[in-house]
Design a binder for this molecule. Structure first.
Ligand SMILES: Cc1cc2nc3c(=O)[nH]c(=O)nc-3n(C[C@H](O)[C@H](O)[C@H](O)COP(=O)(O)OP(=O)(O)OC[C@H]3O[C@@H](n4cnc5c(N)ncnc54)[C@H](O)[C@@H]3O)c2cc1C
Length: 481
């Protein structure tokens, strides 16, 4: 028979200090959701089953003891660190879940400027690590817009990516070693090695698991030299997205690696830049050793000029935009206030595709959302992470909420928009999720996303979480284990 919430709390308090097993209703409410449900929560409505407790763990041994107890008793675990998730990964989808909050595990274990490694516990905020590294002339190279909000465990668990990804890569390119705890209590450590060929790369079982396979307790990332004096910014106004994608592709396939390479469509451009004049905005930033930055900058200018007329934007405007891009807690509060006042809300859906399909994905999604969804007040998007073989598309959309109850926002607007973007992307051969994770709300398409390789993904779940206690409904649809 399932344990009562009171019994679960009492049992956990027997091995974890009482003041770190939190049962206050307000805390439970806040920990039952993430930003996917921001409209409901702004109105004080919480539709997910409240967890039995939020447990603030202090080390890997506690995580191990807790997970073993939960596994033995069939209790759902929702791992959490920075709480900036956007796709429902933090929703407590079943009764009497326990939220395992690792934000107190915030020790920077070591910074090694010779082997160029930094080891941190899962609750270290990225911004804290980055500031510490910069004091020593180093950087993580990781700069997601959520840098002031997110913590290292969550960043690794979601396969996050930063604005400088074209040079430094996504988090998967940065992680060297890891420690993670599995539901049976097994604490596993993957050593810090520059590369090895001793079988498959098991780091990738952990990176991107979204708390659905294991709990990440420690991360080692590579670090880079921080050389901001060499940064250069470039901006151009273009007439159409097709030309922008062609320029991005050319820069990539010729082998240049700017840190930032971005292309905004006119609507999204107008939202970000007061100089956009209703055109597409193409942006590059180059950095690194001076000579490399200069060569990369010169090559970008040449490639752009070969693609016909493009109005150049003053570089200080691009620099100024870049330096004010990130979201901190104050901006989150400001957004909530604005939504409440205006009843207008914005979300994003990010996908990816090869160069051959990305423009079609962009056009089809925009056309269908415009035709099929009511009350849209802004619809646009940008490409922000490019690769040799393709790029991503980050769709941005705002709508007025007309004649609905707060809890209907998701079904009337957000789901139908997500559905169009995901369907069109998968149909064209792209991926339905570029960097926010699957969370709980893109699971209906997970089998289509993977095709025959879903066998591999599903087998990981069966092997590592046979009782299905890890973050039920995340990555894997709720009815499956
Ligand atoms: C304003 C804003 C801007 C954003 N910009 C970006 C961006 O530029 N790039 C980007 O990639 N993302 C971005 N995001 C999304 C989000 O910040 C990232 O997904 C981030 O990686 C989440 O980190 P977190 O510490 O907040 O994790 P949480 O929100 O706490 O958790 C995220 C997911 O990881 C799981 N998880 C958390 N901790 C652990 C752990 N220790 N072990 C196992 N699983 C765990 C959770 O269960 C959940 O599924 C943005 C979000 C916001 C709100």
């Amino acid at each position: 028979m399932a344990l009562t919430r009171e019994q679960i709390v009492k049992d956990i308090q027997a091995f974890i200090a009482e003041d770190r097993v939190i049962t206050e209703e307000e805390v439970l409410k806040e920990n039952s959701v993430d930003r996917f449900r921001k409209y409901e929560t702004i109105h004080g409505i919480y539709t997910q089953p409240l967890p039995a407790a939020v447990v603030k763990v202090k080390d890997e041994q506690e995580v191990s003891d807790l997970l073993r107890y939960m596994n033995d008793n069939g209790i759902n675990a929702v791992p959490r660190t920075g709480g900036s998730a956007t796709e429902g990964g933090l929703e407590t989808a079943v009764e009497n879940s326990i939220v395992i909050d690792g934000s107190g595990m915030d020790e920077i274990v070591s910074i090694d400027p010779y082997d160029m490694l930094a080891t941190v516990k899962c609750g270290v905020p990225l911004e804290v690590l980055e500031d510490k590294l910069r004091e020593q002339g180093l950087t993580t190279g990781h700069s997601p817009q959520s840098k002031p909000l997110a913590q290292m465990g969550g960043l690794v668990a979601t396969r996050s990516i930063g604005q400088l990804s074209t040079l430094y890569g996504g988090i998967e390119d940065m992680v060297i070693g890891l420690e993670a705890v599995f539901p049976n209590g097994e604490v596993t450590k993957i050593r810090n090695i520059p590369r090895r060929a001793a079988g498959p790369d098991i780091r990738h079982v952990i990176i991107g698991n979204e708390g659905a396979l294991c709990y990440i307790t420690e991360v080692t990332v590579k670090v880079f030299k921080y050389q901001p004096d060499n940064n250069r910014y470039f901006g151009y106004l273009l007439d159409d997205m097709k030309k922008g994608f062609e320029i991005l592709r050319e820069v990539m396939v010729q082998g240049y690696r700017p840190s930032v390479a971005r292309l905004y469509d006119p609507e999204d451009g107008a939202d970000h830049f007061d100089f956009s004049k209703g055109k597409c905005v193409l942006i590059f930033m180059v950095e690194g050793p001076k000579a490399l930055a200069e060569v990369t900058g010169a090559a970008i200018e040449e490639i752009v000029s070969e693609h016909g007329p493009a109005e150049q934007v003053e570089s200080r405007l691009i620099q100024n935009w870049f330096e004010n891009l990130n979201w901190d807690p104050a901006k989150v509060l400001e957004e909530r206030k604005e939504i409440k006042e205006t009843n207008n809300i914005g979300f994003t859906t990010e996908v990816s595709g090869t160069w051959g399909v990305i423009h079609d994905i962009y056009e089809r999604c925009i056309k269908r959302v415009r035709e099929e969804i009511p009350h849209i007040t802004m619809l646009g998007g940008h490409s922000s992470h490019s690769y040799m073989n393709g790029t991503n598309m980050y769709f941005v959309y705002y709508y007025d909420l007309v004649d609905i109850k707060p809890e209907e926002e998701i079904t009337k607007y957000h789901y139908p928009i997500n559905k169009i973007i995901v369907e069109e992307t998968i149909k064209a051969g792209g991926s339905m999720v570029h960097h926010h994770g699957v969370g709980k709300h893109r699971t209906p398409w997970i089998k289509e996303e993977y095709g025959s390789s879903y066998y591999i993904l599903e087998t990981l779940k069966q092997a590592f979480d046979p009782k299905g206690i890890m973050n039920k409904g995340t990555i894997f649809p709720k009815e499956d284990k």
